[in-house]
Design a protein around this ligand. Structure first.
Ligand code: KG4
Ligand code: ZN
Length: 337
């Protein structure tokens, strides 16, 4: 059984071919970072147009790479939510056209479920586990009971963690996307030097990052001159980064303790963060918990993770009709034991 999957929920176009026994046959990603960097953030209309340009050549590429023809594909998996609606619509329309013309089933996939199961492309994890999905658009903590059964424990009330990285980097004129550059610059700074707030710490499992961003804005307004100094700038970003990481790590570990779950998956673009990786590992080990991070390329948006989830749903007979639609949001049931 071979799945052709399409990912266009944000600003990266992904196409992959996947087989449950053989794993990823081919996976390719076309990044739009350079385009959006000109504007300091994603421009949805431009993202949609770029997806349209990229999808056909990327599909041809993965077929060639794996020496397969479209006729050999068993089903078409596609991200339908959550994400930027214009971008999602381009991916879904392309997937529908393929499904219709080839007479193959269509499987709509939730992007957060795809991030959660991206680790399974590398190793299988026993259920239940907690999944922290941290990306440019999302900060959501889930209890995962089994494939296709996820409950929301908490999510952000305002900015996503990655969004906070991107906004702070923009404020400090460090470029876009902000996460990788802050991760790099912070290595030269002292993360304890500025006591930025840890929003909603100790107050349940929801997150909030806009107040932290405002605290950085205020600090920059008050210390404009000093921030010109490279070392001082590094201290600001290191302290900001540590505040984000502390909140993510403490809330996730608190949920694991309360719910007595010993496995934690951290996925999404922010899971690439070096400090989040080391602090989560260190604090989890101390408490006898095991934390799993997908390999770097699978942390970022990609179509292989979409293919994995599509294959699971297809195997369960869960396919969709051509009336399938996209949505900017995902609604998960809250955990209520
Ligand atoms: O999952 P992803 O590729 O796309 C979304 O679904 O949003 O995540 C992109 C986000 C961006 O906000 C980017 O700044 C952030 O992930 N990011 C990082 C790092 N690498 C990427 N944030 C912190 N540290 C990093 N090393
Ligand atoms: Zn994502």
């Amino acid at each position: 059984m071979i799945v052709l999957a399409i990912e266009t929920s944000c600003d990266d176009t992904g196409v992959a071919l996947f087989n449950r026994d053989r794993g990823i046959l081919a996976s390719v990603l076309s990044s739009q970072v350079d385009l959006h960097a000109l504007f300091g953030g994603i421009v949805p209309e431009l993202a949609a147009r770029k997806h349209l340009e990229a999808l056909f050549p990327l599909t041809q590429y993965v077929l060639k790479e794996s020496d397969l023809s479209l006729e050999e594909v068993s089903c078409i998996g596609v991200t339908v939510k959550p994400g930027l609606v214009p971008s999602l619509l381009v991916g879904l329309s392309f997937a529908k056209a393929l499904a219709f013309s080839l007479n193959k089933p269509l499987v709509g996939v939730d992007h957060l479920e795809a991030h959660t199961f991206s680790i399974f492309l590398r190793e299988k994890i026993d259920f239940p586990f907690l999944s922290l999905v941290v990306s440019g658009g999302h900060t959501s903590l889930f209890m995962v009971k089994r494939e296709g059964e996820m409950y929301l424990l908490g999510c952000t009330r305002d900015d996503a963690a990655g969004e906070a990285f991107d906004k702070v980097a923009k404020l400090l004129k460090l470029g876009y996307p902000g996460g990788p550059v802050i991760d790099r610059v912070a290595k030269e700074g002292d993360p304890q030097s500025i006591p930025f707030p840890r929003p909603l710490m100790g107050k349940g499992w929801d997150f909030s990052f806009s107040g932290l961003k405002t605290a950085v804005v205020q600090y920059v307004q008050e210390h404009g001159e000093e921030i010109q100094d490279r070392r001082h700038l590094a201290c600001v970003v290191a302290s900001f980064q540590r505040a984000v990481v502390d909140v993510l790590a403490e809330k996730t570990l608190d949920a694991a303790r309360h719910l007595r779950v010993s496995r934690i998956v951290v996925a999404g673009g922010v899971a690439a963060n070096s400090v989040l990786r080391s602090i989560m590992k260190e604090r989890s080990e101390r408490e006898g918990l095991k934390v799993y991070f997908p390999p770097m390329p699978l942390c970022m948006d990609n179509a292989a993770m979409v293919a994995y989830v599509a294959a699971c749903h297809f195997a369960e007979g869960e396919t969709h009709g051509l009336d399938l639609d996209v949505s900017s949001r995902s609604i998960y049931p809250r955990w209520n034991p």
